[in-house]
Design a protein around this ligand. Structure first.
Ligand SMILES: Nc1ncnc2c1ncn2[C@@H]1O[C@H](COP(=O)(O)OP(=O)(O)OP(=O)(O)O)[C@@H](O)[C@H]1O
Ligand SMILES: [Mg+2]
Length: 502
């Protein structure tokens, strides 16, 4: 027998070696190897089967010249048939004629093959351990069987190397992912100014604006839906300004009745009204040198608006029940989730005051218009609440996806609350199925078949509870649930709820 490799064998090995250097993903490498055998050795049918612990069998992972069905049928138990034996014993096998009974024909390929094609199967080894089998069907013609088997043994060993390489690379890929995660985290910290987290263009613009606005003394009006971060931004402006050592005083104009609000804002002298047993400084006085934050300015009563205007114009106030004017130096930041311009046109808000407050407008877009911020905010809140509650809760990437799709009509506050609740109630890795059903309300049923069931179950339970609570008086239960009687009746039928009689 000829010694050493002939030119054709060398070419084949060289071609496979090239695949090694390309760093393909493993199955792609396999495909390339089988193609080399086809192009340079005329192997028209071949496959690689790997052992799968979950199946307790070998399964074809890549094939050439096999139909989908043939590939699917290619499952070989350890020790069963030729392929199973090659895997079990780690020695190659050669069958001159696949018509013999030892060949189990699991794939069903035999029917399509010409009589001349022999079957060669060699083990694929990684570090002395068999991981699978390389099988080819080939008309050897005048070629030596031993040489053919030997060549395939070498290719089998090279496939083992490809496998090992891929393992190492996927580990590297994982490390790289981790690095990327840490980097994003570092970036998120960089993008967080005074606790404002985000990386969307909208937030970066906002931060830039906040920084510039903080350098000035001009009045700022912050607008945006509830929970978008208006109060947070107001605070940030103050603490980035030269007034930061001086007080930051907040007053919520909607929470306080009109008469009290006036006293709160401007203070009062002893005896100025019933119950004024002492004198008291107002918020404007307290904020002297610093910033006053008029939250929900849209609810500022019309009667008080001229007084605010006066503070802005003359920089002075008088306490209730006092003639004495007091000089105050305050920067005014106000915020509203209402459309102030509309209130002006409806006569509910003074136009002159509107322009005085709105020297520097800042608008914060709703969270659903800057979805890129959601993952980074989730990370941020997870960190905050894990620390606060001494837990190690994390979210599966699918959860972040669900969060990103959810409309968050309560904006960042709603997101913050959702994360906090999950951190308190759950442990470890939180998956999609751990989320409350309302997150899935606007996903299509085909996407999440089991979710409507969850919602229905919740609804059924709520109806049962309401019926219990109202002694099974349907009209009352309907009212409690916010349904009409008809709607409730429909659901009682739908859920076949038994109406108990007492
Ligand atoms: N960009 C952000 N980064 C980090 N936390 C944020 C961000 N935006 C908002 N938050 C947090 O979300 C919550 C709601 O924000 P905030 O109270 O400032 O909203 P708001 O617009 O003032 O709401 P409302 O109109 O109801 O007063 C707060 O706990 C705030 O810290
Ligand atoms: Mg607020």
């Amino acid at each position: 027998m000829e010694k050493g490799l002939n030119l054709r064998e060398l070419t084949i090995i060289n071609e496979v070696a090239k695949i090694l250097s390309r760093g393909y993903e493993f199955t792609k490498s396999l495909e390339e190897v089988l193609k080399v055998l086809y192009s340079f050795w005329d192997v028209r049918h071949s496959y690689v089967a790997l052992y799968r612990a979950d199946l307790k069998a070998l399964k074809i992972v890549k094939a050439l010249g096999l139909t989908e069905e043939e590939i699917e049928r290619g499952i070989f138990k350890k020790g069963e048939g030729i392929v199973g034996k090659v895997y079990k014993d780690g020695v190659p096998a050669f069958l001159f004629d696949i018509k013999v009974s030892a060949y189990l024909n699991k794939t069903g390929l035999r029917e399509r093959l010409e009589d001349k094609e022999s079957f060669i199967a060699v083990p694929i080894k990684v570090g002395g351990e068999n991981i699978g089998v390389l099988a080819v069907f080939k008309d050897l013609g005048q070629e030596s069987v031993e040489r053919g088997v030997e060549l395939l043994m070498i290719i089998g060993a090279m496939i083992g190397m490809l496998y090992k390489l891929d393992e190492r690379m996927s580990q590297e890929r994982q490390e790289w992912e981790e690095e990327k995660r840490l980097l994003t985290k570092a970036l998120s910290e960089k993008y967080s100014v005074e606790g404002i987290v985000g990386r969307s263009l909208a937030v970066r613009k906002l931060l830039d604006l906040v920084e510039r606005v903080a350098q000035t003394d001009a009045n700022v009006l912050i607008t945006g839906e509830s929970g978008t971060g208006k109060s947070l931004v107001a605070k940030a402006i103050h603490f980035m300004s030269k007034r930061k050592e001086k007080p930051f005083i907040t007053i919520n104009c909607s929470a306080i009745p009109e008469t009290l609000l006036e006293a709160e804002l401007f203070g009062y002298e002893k005896g100025s009204f019933t119950g004024a047993y002492t004198s008291k400084k107002g918020k404007f006085e307290l904020a002297n040198g610093g910033t006053i934050f008029l939250d929900e300015i849209g609810d500022m009563p019309l009667s008080l608006q001229p007084k605010i205007l006066r503070v802005i114009q003359d920089k002075e106030i008088e306490r209730l029940g006092s003639e004495k004017t007091i000089k105050v130096d305050v920067r005014i930041i106000s915020a509203t989730n209402k459309n102030l311009r509309e209130l002006v046109s409806q006569g509910q808000f003074r136009e002159d005051l509107y322009y005085r407050l709105n020297v520097l407008p800042i608008h914060i877009p709703p969270l659903r218009e800057r979805k890129e911020d959601i993952p980074i905010l989730v990370d941020h809140f997870l960190q905050v609440f894990n620390q606060r509650y001494n837990k190690k809760v994390s979210f599966h990437p699918r959860v972040i996806e669900v969060f990103t799709d959810y409309p968050w009509y309560g904006n960042v506050r709603e997101l913050e609350n959702a994360v906090e609740r999950l951190v308190i109630l759950k442990d470890g890795l939180i998956r999609e199925k751990d989320l409350p059903p309302y997150f899935f309300a606007n996903l299509s049923t085909s996407e999440l078949k089991n979710i409507p069931q969850v919602i229905e179950n919740t609804e059924r339970e709520e109806i049962l509870k309401a019926l219990e609570k109202t002694g099974y008086i349907k009209s009352r239960a309907a009212r409690l649930l916010g349904y009409t009687l008809r709607q409730l009746d429909y659901r009682i039928k739908k859920y076949s709820i038994q109406l108990k009689r007492y």
